[in-house]
Structure formats: structure tokens, C-alpha cells
Design a protein around this ligand. Structure first.
Ligand SMILES: C[S@@+](CC[C@H](N)C(=O)[O-])C[C@H]1O[C@@H](n2cnc3c(N)ncnc32)[C@H](O)[C@@H]1O
Length: 281
């Protein structure tokens, strides 16, 4: 990732939770698997960790994993939430306010964690490792702050995730980028930068094995059947965050979606997502 892309992620795409929320809503409303993804991930934490645990989450975003599972949070867990975006930490703080005594929040980059060696029983890195420019360094940091016998949980997507939507949006990308040539490098790779080609279900195990043992993968069968145009337009806006999209482009994209829904009844989109579990020896 170039420094332009890093600054785009921090200052525009993830400056606050708004863009991420537009994408999350698409998943929440139209997923074929009715089990919430964060509920499914949290169950893996419950199945693996004991009643007392010190847990670190890196790239926590608006803390959806915890907000959606606050009622299932064991009283003996202490959770440190970190993200490199101050806007995300602000949203996360509000999200966990009802159980604030169990949470500590800090702005931190996963490549340089401000924690002592062996501080945690578990680290969570969900849908964020694909954004990290120096992933070997981030993985070494995650291993360093874990105690021996500690656990890593790292969710990510597969290469085919949201393929049909990416294909629908791709023809519009050059036009969007023309409005902000300075963001061209980030936008040219917009879909891979969001969905991640650098850390996927296909290549993640190999990368984790450099720092962790017993790497295994659990996947959740899922897909999207979208029957309304508006949420897909919100998605398009969210991935081009910070840009005023030309109104006629939005109209053309909307018409394309509406026509497809009228013809086929819905737009079907592939999802490929899963959770890597690994241990620190
Ligand atoms: C797609 S969101 C995932 C949020 C959350 N983990 C979840 O699963 O709902 C990616 C998050 O990673 C954060 N992030 C990206 N690069 C980071 C880095 N180098 N260090 C810390 N956080 C980072 C972003 O600010 C954003 O909040």
C-alpha cells in the first residue's frame, strides 16, 4: 500500500464509522445466512477462551463485535480495543459504554503496538490485516503481545467475495477517479484494497504460519440476495468515500441495478468469509 492509500484509509475511508456502516447494512439486510457474522465470530472466542481473559482487538472499527455481543460478554474478560483511526475509537467507546468497566480504548497502529510482551491471552484482528502495509511486522507484533499459549482470531474474506458487485462497479471506477486524480492509485485498486487480496482465505494460513502455530480456518456459508437498488448505491458511495459522485453517474448505476432487479427479481452476490484461529507457542 502506498502512503496515498494509507492516508486515504485513515483520513477518508475510515475517518469515522459512516462508510463502514453503509457496507455493514447491506450485509445485515440481505445476507442469506441469518446468523450475524459478529455473533458467529464471538462464539469462537467463547468456545476457545476461559471465563477470565485479557483480550486485545486491533483495527476494532466501531466495536461491532462487542456491541452485538455485550450480553454474552463474560464478566471476567478485560478487553483492550485499538484502531489507528481516532474517529473509530470514538464510535467504539460509545458502543461499549454499557459495559465500560471491562474495556480500555486506545488509538494504535497494529504495526507498532504500545503494549508489553506477553500482555494478552487473545488477540483479534478482523477484516483489517489486508489493509496493513507491513503484514509480517504486524503479525510479529500480534505474536509479541500474546502470552505463550495465547490465541489469535483473524477474520478475512476470500478472493471471490462480492465478486458480482465488484464487476458491476468496476466500469465506473475510472470516471469516479477522474474527479480526484490524487486518489487514483487507491481507487484503481479500490475493490482489492477493501476486500483484500493481500490477506485472504486462500493465502492467509501461509502468512500466519510464519508467526503462529496450529493455524486452522472456519468458514461460514453465506451470500447476498439484494432486492432494492438503494443499499447498493449506498455501497458505491461508501467505497468512493470523500468524493462527490457525479449525479448522472449515480443515476446510471441506479438504473442498471433497477433493470437487473426488474429482470431477475434480485441481484445475487457471492460472499466468501471466514475466521483463522491460531496459537502462540
Ligand atoms: C473493515 S474495518 C473492520 C472493523 C472491525 N474489525 C470489524 O470486523 O467490524 C477495518 C478497520 O481497520 C482499521 N485499520 C486499518 N489499518 C490499520 C492499522 N494499520 N492499524 C490499526 N487499525 C487499522 C481501520 O481504521 C478500520 O477501522
Amino acid at each position: 500500500m502506498s502512503s496515498t492509500e494509507a492516508s486515504y484509509l485513515l483520513n477518508t475511508q475510515y475517518a469515522d464509522a459512516g462508510n463502514l456502516n453503509a457496507r455493514i447494512q447491506l450485509h445485515e439486510r440481505f445476507s442469506t445466512n441469518r446468523e450475524d457474522l459478529h455473533h458467529w465470530i464471538f462464539t469462537h472466542l467463547l468456545d476457545t477462551l476461559g471465563p477470565e481473559a485479557q483480550i486485545l482487538e486491533v483495527g476494532c472499527g466501531p466495536a461491532d463485535l462487542w456491541r452485538k455481543n455485550l450480553e454474552r460478554l463474560p464478566a471476567g474478560w478485560r478487553v483492550t480495543l485499538t484502531d489507528f483511526s481516532p474517529g473509530m475509537i470514538e464510535a467504539a467507546r460509545a458502543a461499549v459504554a454499557p459495559r465500560s468497566e471491562q474495556f480500555t480504548l486506545a488509538v494504535a497502529n497494529v504495526q507498532e503496538l504500545p503494549f508489553a510482551d506477553s500482555s494478552f491471552d487473545a488477540v483479534v484482528a478482523d477484516y483489517m490485516l489486508y489493509h496493513v502495509p507491513d503484514r509480517p511486522r504486524a503479525l510479529a507484533e500480534l505474536r509479541r503481545v500474546l502470552r505463550a499459549g495465547g490465541h489469535l482470531f483473524a477474520a478475512t474474506n476470500g478472493a471471490g467475495h462480492m465478486r458480482e458487485l465488484d464487476e458491476m462497479i468496476a466500469p465506473y471506477l475510472p470516471e469516479i477517479a477522474a474527479y480526484r486524480p490524487d486518489l487514483l492509485p487507491a481507487l484503481a485498486q479500490r475493490m482489492p484494497a477493501i476486500q483484500g487480496e493481500g490477506f485472504t482465505l486462500e493465502n492467509g494460513a501461509e502468512q500466519l504460519e510464519a508467526a503462529f502455530a496450529n493455524v486452522r480456518l472456519d468458514t461460514i456459508p453465506d451470500g447476498l440476495i439484494v432486492t432494492e437498488a438503494a443499499p447498493l448505491i449506498a455501497y458505491l458511495r461508501s467505497i468512493s468515500a470523500g468524493l462527490d459522485l457525479p449525479p448522472d453517474l449515480v443515476e446510471r448505476f441506479s438504473r442498471q441495478i433497477e433493470q437487473q432487479i426488474a429482470t431477475d427479481g434480485a441481484i445475487r452476490i457471492t460472499k466468501a468469509t471466514g475466521l483463522f484461529l491460531a496459537d502462540a507457542l
